[in-house]
Design a protein around this ligand. Sequence first.
Ligand code: NAP
Length: 269
Amino acid sequence: MDPDRNILLVGCGNMGSALLRGWLAQGIGARQLHVIDGQDGVIEQTRSLGVEASSSLAADIAQPDVIVFAVKPQQLDTLVPQFADLAARGAVVLSVAAGKPIAAYERLLGGAPMIVRAMPNTPAAIRRGITALVANSAVGSEQKVLCERLLSAVGDVVWLDDESLMDAVTAISGSGPAYVFLLIETLAAAAQREGLTADLASKLALATVAGAGAYAAQSPIEPGRLREQVTSPGGTTQAALEVLMGEGGLETLVRKAVRAAAARSRELG
Ligand SMILES: NC(=O)c1ccc[n+]([C@@H]2O[C@H](COP(=O)([O-])OP(=O)(O)OC[C@H]3O[C@@H](n4cnc5c(N)ncnc54)[C@H](OP(=O)(O)O)[C@@H]3O)[C@@H](O)[C@H]2O)c1
């Protein structure tokens, strides 16, 4: 990262602090960063990392190249207009808030602001996230590179050229970690019903989902083929898959669940 770049992070909770840790780990200098957060504890912790932090926007703050909003979506309406001058002076606005459309930031800031909307997900906390990004037409390639660099500190990054795809992305990678957590829970509950202790059931379920996910991610073979490779005709896996892939099974449920999430995302937006 160009050492002249200044990054202003507004909101340093779960997602904001994951980003901050990722940036520092990536070698972005603490002096390039400034954090604004409402909580005294967060400010103290941030300062202990050598990063300047304050509870509100000071008049003498250095002009940032990018303002990253990582607050709850409902806080944006009152917060974003305070940054209109910084945006007008050339800062690109990068928001990770779920659901808020680019047009809302344009309205809140006025003028012709540069806006990048991002949808990260929870595994960003361990730098294994995936973030979808979409920019308005005011954003140039230099700002795109900067935003991509900032989000790639917590995992993979993909660009969308159509903002309406964000609803589907939210339904897959945004909400998706919860579906996988549910899979771990239901696998563990089923294991207990088959007579395993709660501890053993949780351990087997968690390690299986984590291990299979990591294996699928690292293997050059696509997941459907991996599934076939572990399914012997007439065996135990096949017995289970006949239930999971049968009528009303996992495929149907997941399709319905994703459709419900995407519809809800459209409603909220
Ligand atoms: N966590 C995820 O995995 C995830 C995934 C995708 C998208 N996101 C998006 O990321 C955003 C942040 O989520 P989060 O889970 O990180 O929330 P969070 O843990 O509640 O963090 C938000 C932080 O912003 C601070 N804040 C609120 N209002 C402020 C203000 N006016 N000025 C300065 N700081 C302020 C909050 O302080 P107070 O507690 O004092 O309000 C809090 O420390 C959300 O919009 C969410 O949609 C999160």
